[in-house]
Design a protein around this ligand. Sequence first.
Ligand code: LLP
Length: 428
Amino acid sequence: MFLGNDTLEIKDKVVHIDGYNVIELAEKFGTPLYVMSEEQIKINAERYFKAFKDYKKDFILAYAYKANSNLAITRLLTKLGCGADVVSGGELYIAKLSKVDNDKIVFNGNCKTKEEIVMGVESEIRAFNVDSISELIMINETAKELGKVANVAFRVNPDINPKTHPKISTGLKKSKFGLPLDLAKKAIKMALEMENVNFVGIHCHIGSQITDVSPFIEETRKMMEFIVELKNEGIEVRDLNLGGGLGVPYYKDKEIPTVEDYAKAIINTIYEFEDKVEIPNLILEPGRSIVATAGYLITKVHHIKETSCKWVMVDAGMNDMLRPAMYEAYHHIINAKVKGEKEVVSVAGGLCESSDIFGKDRELDKVEVGDTIIIFDVGAYGISMANNYNARGRPRMILTSKKGVYIIRERETYADLISKDLIPPHLL
Ligand code: LLP
């Protein structure tokens, strides 16, 4: 019915997720409310495992924790066989609590601190994706202090245009991420001379919400050419990590490449090099394409007014879900109740910012005060980018599954909002 939302259906004129009536969920758990569908996450992850199952070497699906690092979600993904792409000590902490195999954890980021490097070395992770020579030196020194040898891969900047939003393009020459090929080669040679690091692979991530396979083909080809070049200099590459980036169908009327299309493009490109070099293990770091379509933000209409347009004021806001305000991102919006009669409305949150709008001039089933509104595809970069602006607590999150409905994150209270603030004695 809606592209990407396989477990949503309309029964008795009401939207159901994983079989649960959304209006009843909103009444029981309150709004704003994040709903994560366990069944949809399973479908999304299993699609990846199926599409890459015949890959000739090891395949690791290192889920990008930044997309949604709720413990229930990360634990579910561990159970489904995923590893973890982490970018901070906090994410590594969560990956360990989620019982991810150390050998399936990769550590990204362009400014890892000493403390984070200690955590990664002690955890004996599969690889640090090293972003600079300065970081390489720090990892080698840290591993030496700890009496260990740390695995390192290098993040390469391939200078590729992923044709996506500029704020989420990461593989262009001017980007802050990674090393250009010549510098990466220099860093690899340095690593090979160091005693406390073990060179294992190369890494690349060109951007996010990519809806065309051609940038991925270009990325894979550049990386394989680099692997051949290294081989010709006697350097073997164990792991090829192609990052994440596959887009999701935010627009419900526009088909985009599937995981199967993406897998075929990558695998075929790698195999083109089979007679030139040993095929490497493959690591991917998808975030969005695993969890985005599994998440819904359920919100209630409190006020309606007609000025330049018909405004529908809802209790969710840009603090709960920042993407529309930050990237002008499109998220599909519907009324949870099918009424037949349609009208054009603009859906706004209640924060004191004019960018706090979830959708302008959208066609929805007739909206009245008290209605329940559903904002689609917020499972990735939704709760993980939520904040307390305007002193609003972050929302509750529930998981719907065949086993039942579970609260997986509590709503923040007023007391939570000030729990880290301190008043000096002279102001008491
Ligand atoms: N690997 C690396 C090194 C990354 O930087 C990212 C995302 C991923 C993997 C996962 O990419 P995905 O499969 O989710 O596209 N807040 C933005 C997205 C920022 C993505 C940052 N890096 C948004 O809401 O669109």
